[in-house]
Design a protein around this ligand. Structure first.
Ligand SMILES: NC(=O)c1ccc[n+]([C@@H]2O[C@H](COP(=O)([O-])OP(=O)(O)OC[C@H]3O[C@@H](n4cnc5c(N)ncnc54)[C@H](OP(=O)(O)O)[C@@H]3O)[C@@H](O)[C@H]2O)c1
Length: 250
């Protein structure tokens, strides 16, 4: 039992990094959690961990690039635990290159995963929330780079800016259905998406420019996540919470 018991949650990108943490935190608060990503072996491992800790979890294979795959995953999630009350729309990829060097393949992969993919998942989930009359919470995992420009991450910055603005439109369209939609904008958190970089000379020098001279841990996002999915967030919609150690205002 916990504050989220009886509130089924879908977490995309639960096979690593932030998504893995988000899923564990929601399960720890009592939510039955559906773990979604392409690497099902990793999801199964997490499912086992959550169950061993007394939580409820199941896995569905999901590639957010596939429209039919997204619909099928959302259906499977609902079959497992009933109508979804929470979506953490977290799957994302990055590609580092100067604009003049970036391939169209990398551009498409980043935009199609982070913007189109997140659009499709939220669309499929909201359709079901509306059809089943389930009030819901959607957390789109954007980034401080939705707003802050960063060299060599053009497609990533564009995709997160799109997701942040999509969050506002979703909040407007779905407010009357009792669905609150917000963005969570992390600063730099050490995960597989950036792990190798922090050990390079360039990465270490970059950290020294941060106000707190540190890279965050996935657990640094727990409080913001739990607020956004809670009943206390009833009037919080169409906005974002930045969790970045003051990086974006430095
Ligand atoms: N770490 C940071 O500093 C930071 C900062 C701001 C925002 N973020 C955002 O936080 C989110 C999670 O990133 P992370 O740091 O945890 O990185 P990560 O460890 O690389 O995790 C990315 C997740 O996205 C999933 N994914 C990628 N492509 C997918 C696809 N086509 N379909 C379904 N799932 C897909 C991956 O699962 P599979 O490969 O198994 O499919 C993986 O679970 C991303 O949206 C990222 O942009 C991260």
């Amino acid at each position: 039992m916990g504050p989220l018991s009886g509130k089924p949650a879908l977490v995309t990108g639960a096979s690593s990094g932030l998504g893995r943490r988000f899923a564990s935190v929601l399960a720890g608060a009592g939510a039955p959690v559906v773990l979604a990503a392409r690497r099902v072996d990793r999801l199964r491992e997490l499912e086992g961990e959550i169950r061993d800790a007394g939580g409820q979890a199941t896995c569905v294979e999901l590639d957010v690039l596939s429209e039919t795959g997204v619909t099928a995953a959302v259906e499977a999630a609902e079959v497992a635990f009933g109508p979804l009350a929470i979506l953490v729309n977290n799957s994302g990829v990055s590609a580092q290159a100067k604009i003049v060097d970036m391939s169209l393949d990398d551009y498409d992969r980043v935009m199609n995963t982070n913007a189109r993919g997140a659009f499709l998942v939220a669309q499929a989930v909201a359709r079901r929330m509306i059809a089943t009359g389930t009030p819901g919470r959607i957390v789109n995992v954007a980034s401080v780079l939705a707003d802050k420009a960063m060299r060599e991450l053009s497609a990533y910055c564009m995709s997160k800016a799109a997701l942040l603005h999509l969050t506002r439109v979703q909040a407007l369209e779905w407010a009357r259905h009792g669905i609150n939609v917000n963005a969570l904008c992390p600063g730099y958190i050490r995960t597989e998406i950036n792990d190798a970089y922090w050990d390079t000379e360039r990465g270490q020098a970059f950290v020294q420019t941060f106000p707190r001279r540190r890279v965050g841990e996935p657990s640094d996002l727990d409080g913001a996540l739990l607020l956004l999915v809670s009943g206390d967030a009833r009037m919080i919609t169409g906005t974002s919470i930045t969790v970045d150690d003051a990086l974006s205002i430095a």
